[in-house]
Design a protein. Structure first.
Length: 426
């Protein structure tokens, strides 16, 4: 994508055609700083995996992918300082070679670190915060082209990590590391809906990371994925049956009937953390996806009621959903994080790639989740009124003041941020 001429630029799903007036792909940091300083308005493209126009601009679009990414591990304080545009695939391999691990990963390792952090991207795990919670420091190229670092403990830190691309160009990110660990993955078929709802807390607590997948319909069941650290014997797997769900006899893809070859190794084979935490293998690299995605993040105490509300949409949901995934994440204090201030459950929808058919059902999902103060994923599709979204972030006003101070001319604004924060730049 970033190599293409501006007319060919699009996101991974192909549903957003980017329309910058100029596309810049510098070869050095100094060049990037000059471009930023000179541009009247500018937006950074990460790996382009967002499903909405958050990365788009009608001004300058900057990709840093032409600069060789770095990952420098500091064994004195267990951190790694990485180029913002490095992918989790490249980063996790480097970190693992040095005997370290990241605390969690998203379903796909091909996404960039800076782009993921900017949108509050997450994996799953009751005690794992989203990926942005691993950030110990973040270094921006500011509107004047100067470098500025914000560290954990600084007054601006909690506001600066999940930033929707609107506080500058992320040059480096310093991430906390943990010692490398091994994992095993098991899949259970046909977890009864009632059992999932009644035992939600026990199910999600049963391993380091869990996911529930369903295609909805009149009688929904869940495929239940368990990612267990081998050292963790709290709930020894495999069990022949888990809450009424039988152990899958072979590997599974989350979408029924799809070849599981692209999925990370299952059936209890021990392997390193970075080859089990994502659902999809590094080697599997689709450049365009036949899907759209939405996700709504709610307080985990509301998860059983929210699942019941979604089940009532039954066949309507099934008609446009390829798969729905339910994940958990720990509360954090990052102002624009969808998990801010509450232990969270993410209700994710992989839709068919027909927006006209999806849109009314997405609106019905938003109406069904309205009682639960759902926060939409910043990098996925949503249609709820922006005032509703804003009202779900207690620190929204503080973020706007921070943005005004850091970027008073709104150099890093685009149509998406104009909608979220107001302001003239589009
Ligand atoms: C197949 C697939 C699977 C996914 N799985 C998950 C998942 O498991 N969990 C989840 O939470 N999300 C998931 N997502 C969503 C994805 O993680 C987010 O959209 C994320 O933002 C993608 O990162 P990116 O680098 O592609 O960002 P982009 O889409 O390129 O950009 C996103 C935002 O980050 C900004 N940005 C990017 N790089 C920089 C930088 N260097 N400096 C400043 N701003 C920057 C952009 O300007 C933009 O505002 C998935 C998406 C796809 C397509």
């Amino acid at each position: 994508m970033p190599d293409s001429a501006p007319t060919d630029l699009h996101n991974w799903a192909g549903n957003i055609r980017f329309s910058p007036s100029r596309f810049e792909r510098p070869a050095t940091l100094d060049e990037a700083r000059e471009i930023v300083a000179a541009a009247p308005r500018l937006r950074v493209l990460g790996s382009g995996h967002s499903f909405n126009a958050i990365a788009d601009t009608d001004a300058v679009m900057l990709s840093l992918a032409g600069i060789e990414p770095e990952a420098n591990i500091n064994i004195l304080n267990d951190t790694v300082r990485v180029s913002g545009w490095i992918t989790y695939a490249a980063l996790s391999a480097a970190v693992h070679r040095a005997g370290f691990a990241l605390h969690n990963m998203a379903s796909l390792p091909h996404i960039s670190v800076a782009g993921s952090i900017a949108t509050g991207t997450h994996g799953s795990g009751d005690r794992s915060g989203n990926l942005a919670t691993a950030v110990a420091a973040i270094e921006f190229i500011g509107p004047d082209g100067e470098l500025r670092t914000v560290r954990r403990g600084d007054a601006d830190f909690a506001g600066s990590v999940v930033h929707l691309g609107s506080l500058g160009v992320v040059h480096t990110v310093t991430l906390d590391l943990v010692p490398a660990f091994e994992m095993r993955q098991y899949v259970y078929d046909d977890l009864p809906f009632d059992a999932a709802v009644a035992n939600f807390d026990e199910l999600t607590a049963s391993a380091y990371s869990t996911s529930m997948f369903t295609s909805w319909g009149a009688a929904p069941t869940f495929q239940f994925w368990v990612k267990q650290r081998t050292a963790d014997q709290t709930h020894p797997f495999p069990r022949a049956n888990w809450f009424g769900a039988p152990l899958a006899p072979g590997p599974r893809h989350p979408i029924p009937g799809v070849d599981p070859a692209a999925c990370t190794v299952q059936q209890g084979q021990t392997g390193p953390w970075h080859e089990r935490l994502p659902h999809f293998k590094f080697e599997f690299t689709p450049s365009v996806g036949e899907e759209l995605q939405s996700e709504y993040l709610i307080d985990r105490i509301d998860a059983p009621a929210a699942l019941e509300a979604l089940a009532r949409l039954g066949d309507r949901l099934a008609a446009v959903t390829q798969i729905n995934e339910v994940r958990t994440m720990a509360s954090d204090d990052l102002w624009l994080s969808p998990a801010y201030g509450r232990d969270t459950v993410g209700l994710h929808f992989t839709w068919v790639r027909e927006y006209d058919a999806v849109r009314p059902v997405m609106a019905a999902v938003e109406a069904a989740l309205e009682p639960f103060s759902a926060r939409p994923h910043w990098g996925k599709l949503f249609s709820m009124p922006i005032e509703e979204v804003r009202s779900r972030y207690a620190r929204m006003g503080d973020f706007e003041k921070l943005r005004e101070r850091i970027d008073p001319e709104e150099k890093f604004a685009n149509g998406f941020t104009a909608e979220v924060f107001g302001g003239g730049a589009r």
